[in-house]
Write a new protein. Structure first.
Lengths: 513, 70
């Protein structure tokens, strides 16, 4: 008996020091930065704060490296089993040694075998240079973490919550995740720190400018959701997860229907003037279950809205042009944003709803030099190869390749629905009349006669692209009243639930990136 | 207060404020026309207009400063 007691005491002592994390001064520093200790983060994340852990005793012999700076755990979130890797930045700034890396690889293997989502709670200074031979170049070194992430991509959801730095090679953890939450003021990502940039290339720059959360969520697009606190990051990540099945073999869960938000009707929201801006968010609210919208990359390329929502309890991925921002025109960044979002929805069986109000892809020197053609091709390729239910709704207009990008008729949407306000054409009436008759228009000297001619041609053109003509030719499948759109979408989502398309006989398409 | 720059290439359609005018956050200070669309340019925060650098019909590129604030 006495001996057993000795064993237990030894275990208790070890556990107490492991659970305490790093030195008290680092805990203090975290508090000052409004950061939570890793074990408090896990308590917030997991249902009832309960989880099991692997490798608690990793590097216990070292004495000052509890859990070797990373907690790897399995538990439930929203009732769904998930795996988690969470850096402990009180232990050597969350840096990676050989056992840290091995623990991360093992939790990836556990998530793979059990086919459950994997969350990466990142707060790490990067590799321990002193340990590099043990953790950097080898077969089960840090590179294997990224290799595993790529293998697991589309197999299970992978989510990154960035609470602190994600430096150098470590910055690839967020890059390979499906989505990245960043806490403003604390989260950062960079390949080389500002200090390194100054030494190596001579640039003087602040951390915030170079790799801060706001920069990544607005400019680079590496971050997806900007949040103000760790608590918000965790609750939003849970909300995000609620749209997803555990793995690619399953379907997203349905929940109870909620009514739409009280507000103006779609009819009232959409202006008659094709060129006038309106707020597409208001239109989305008029279709979806109240309070279910989850905005992805809200601050990046706002001319295209991408987000998850529910329509009568069914999960959908919505892509909607935002006429209020840059006229809803598609740019390099919006094409990128759409391609990733479509690929994410398609991987996990989340149906796509396209709400088109798009004048086309941007033209001009600036975008051509930035490669708008290949970025546009990337978007069209992602949309075209998606096999989940695809519903295309022409809200007001779809001109040029904008029609293609928004799952127009040629791209095998399950249905292409037009609202009565819809116009589908190579270009709008003004541009078309100019393109065809510019010489003739210029030749008419009397301004009144000229205006009369232009107006006549506009009217002719509008007749030619009249939406009922397109419906009569069966170019579009349906015209529905705005007030019936939600009902129509909800029904069709139910009917298309078991849609299946046989994969093409090939390894994979060549990505136009 | 921050200067307001053009969000995309296009021509100035209307200028809705004058130098010296107080504007509120979210107020449309200028409208661009591009790709046949009207593109409203809104003030990000409240402030007093110091100068308007463009007039109706001017071509502006993405990033060009349109309005400066005091």
């Amino acid at each position: 008996m006495g001996e057993t007691k000795g064993y237990n005491e030894r275990l208790e002592q070890k556990l107490t020091s492991i659970y305490a994390g790093g030195h008290e001064k680092y805990h203090e520093k975290m508090k000052q930065q409004n950061k939570l200790f890793v074990r408090d983060r896990l308590k917030l994340l997991f249902d009832n704060g309960e989880y099991v852990e692997d490798g608690r005793f990793a590097n216990v012999e070292a004495g000052d490296l509890p859990a070797d700076g990373v907690v790897t755990a399995t538990g439930k979130v929203n009732g769904q089993t998930v795996c988690v890797m969470a850096n402990d930045s009180t232990v050597k700034a969350g840096s990676w040694g050989s056992r840290t890396v091995e623990k991360i690889i093992r939790i990836q293997e556990i998530a793979e075998k059990n086919r459950v989502p994997l969350l990466y709670l990142v707060d790490s200074a990067g590799a321990r240079i002193t340990d590099q031979l043990d953790m950097f170049p080898n077969r089960r070194g840090a590179g294997r973490i990224f290799h595993n992430q790529v293998r697991l991509s589309g197999f299970i959801p992978q989510i990154c919550l960035l609470f602190g730095p994600s430096a150098a090679g470590g910055a690839y953890i967020p890059a390979f995740c499906d989505i990245v939450f960043m806490v403003e003021g604390n989260a950062s990502m960079y390949l080389g720190s500002p200090r390194m940039a100054e030494k190596v290339i001579g640039e003087k720059v602040t951390l915030e400018e170079m790799g801060g959360a706001r920069m990544h969520c607005t400019v680079s697009g590496v971050g997806d959701v900007l949040v103000t606190s760790e608590e918000e990051a965790i609750s939003e990540a849970k909300r995000y997860l609620s749209f997803f099945p555990a793995n690619y073999t399953k379907k997203p869960k349905k929940v109870e229907t909620r009514a739409i938000k009280e507000g103006r009707t779609l009819e009232a929201i959409i202006p008659e003037n094709q060129n006038a801006p309106f707020d597409m968010y208001e239109a989305i609210d008029a279709i979806i279950d109240e309070g279910t919208f989850f905005d992805v990359k809200k601050l990046f390329a706002p001319e295209l809205i991408t987000g998850f929502a529910r329509i009568e309890g069914q999960a959908v991925g919505i892509l909607a042009n935002q006429p209020k921002a840059k006229g809803g025109v598609l740019f390099v960044d919006s094409a990128d944003k759409a391609a990733k979002f479509i690929s994410l929805c398609d991987a996990f069986s989340i149906p796509l709803v396209f709400l088109a109000d798009v004048p086309g892809f941007m033209i001009g020197t600036k975008v051509e030099r930035a490669g708008i053609i290949r970025h546009g091709a990337k978007l069209i390729a992602a949309m075209s190869s998606a096999t989940v239910p695809k519903i295309s709704v022409i809200v007001r207009k779809a001109y040029g390749a904008g029609l293609y990008a928004m799952a127009g008729p040629a791209f095998e949407p399950d249905v292409c629905i037009a609202l009565p306000t819809a116009q589908i054409a190579v270009m709008g009436p003004e541009a078309a009349v100019n393109a065809v008759y510019s010489n003739k228009i210029e030749a008419i000297e009397d301004p009144k006669e000229r205006l009369k001619f232009v107006q006549e041609k506009h009217a002719e053109y509008k007749e030619e692209i009249d939406i009922y003509k397109l419906a009569s030719e069966m170019i579009i499948d349906e015209i529905v009243a705005p007030s019936d759109l939600r009902r129509e979408l909800a029904d069709r989502l139910r009917y298309y639930e078991d849609k299946e398309i046989a994969p093409a006989p090939r390894k994979h398409p060549v990505l136009p990136v | 207060m921050k200067n307001l720059a053009s969000t995309m290439a296009g021509t100035v359609f209307t200028v809705n404020v004058a130098a010296g005018e107080e504007v509120s956050a979210g107020q449309v200070v200028l409208v661009l026309e591009s790709m046949k669309m009207e593109i409203p340019i809104e003030a990000e925060t409240a402030g007093k207009v110091a100068a308007i650098n463009v007039k109706e019909g001017d071509f502006v590129n993405e990033g060009d400063v349109l309005v400066t604030f005091e």
